[in-house]
Design a protein around this ligand. Structure first.
Ligand code: ZN
Length: 296
């Protein structure tokens, strides 16, 4: 948000979350309050957090105008996203207007800057989404544009998986068809589908797996988070794992959220797998996953 960050200086990172988010699917639950966002970052920083990656894409109220100020005020690095979510998160007329020149638009947000943001405030990742157990015409179109923007810039692609499904389809399309290296793909929400064998299969591709959950009260993501991390660590995938709180609604702000990753989950992981694992998942892996050798 405040320009490029040396990966070594990114620090302890919530790898998938939201400070700002707006969708017609979530009326009354908008995350649109800069003061509330500042409190989230301050609490996270007080718990030891240093970097916060927001996966809110184009057209969903990313807060581009204030992210840099919030980062400066709190000392937390904030990484913003370009890309598009599923069609249901947009008004149909607005969406139709976005398709023309989509790859160029995404590339421009990574290189020139975000619309509505102060000069030089750019996105650092490309967010896309799959559908439930498949990919529709919209999500395929967006993934093609995302792959083009990746090839133009080197930026990683972060993927929302609907209820944790369709990761094999996403890898086939992005990596198989469009040649995005799996190491530049971050698979989100897989733990919404607690199928550990599938998790191990897709992790074998080399893609990063961003596990999230504590901002979802009574949701399978939280119940399964520790066991999912454990299964992937035991299968040798610790270098690919990222942790995030994924706070998407105003109601979810009342859950422990990003702080929980540091104060509850990290100590548990340290007890189970040794003191190095939390730093690996929260610091070393995000530095690699979000580090970019910018091509333009
Ligand atoms: Zn998210």
């Amino acid at each position: 948000m405040r320009g490029d960050v040396d990966p070594a200086g990114l620090g302890v990172c919530d790898a998938h979350d939201h400070l700002f988010l707006r969708s017609p699917r979530l009326p009354g639950e908008e995350l649109d309050d800069p003061a509330a966002a500042e409190t989230v970052l301050r609490d996270f920083a007080a718990a030891g957090g240093q970097a916060f990656v927001q996966w809110t894409p184009h057209g969903m109220g990313r807060g581009a105008h204030v992210l840099a100020d919030l980062s400066r005020a709190t000392g937390v690095h904030v990484v913003a996203a370009t890309g598009l979510h599923q069609a249901v998160h947009y008004e149909p007329t607005a969406l139709a207007a976005l398709y023309d020149g989509l790859a160029e638009r995404l590339t421009a947000e990574l290189t020139a800057g975000l619309p509505g943001a102060p000069a030089g405030v750019r996105a650092g990742l490309i967010k896309v989404a799959g559908d439930y157990h498949g990919l529709d015409g919209h999500t395929r179109r967006v993934m093609q544009a995302a792959a083009e923007a990746h090839h133009a810039t080197g930026a990683p692609i972060a993927v929302h998986h609907e209820l944790g499904t369709a990761a094999p389809d996403v890898l086939d399309l992005l990596c198989g068809r469009y040649g995005v290296p799996p190491q530049r793909v971050i698979l989100g929400h897989l733990n919404r589908l607690p199928d550990l064998r599938l998790h191990r299969d897709v992790a074998a591709s080399g893609a990063y797996v961003a596990l999230d959950g504590p901002s979802r009260a009574h949701h399978a993501t939280d119940h399964h988070l520790f066991d999912t991390v454990a299964a992937l660590v035991e299968a040798g995938h610790a270098p690919q794992l990222l942790l995030g709180a994924d706070t998407t609604t105003r109601s979810a702000r009342h859950t422990p959220g990003p702080v929980h990753l540091l104060t509850a989950l990290a100590p548990r992981l340290a007890r189970a797998f040794g003191p190095e694992l939390p730093a690996r998942l929260l610091k070393a892996n995000p530095a690699r996953a979000f580090g970019v050798e910018w091509r333009s």
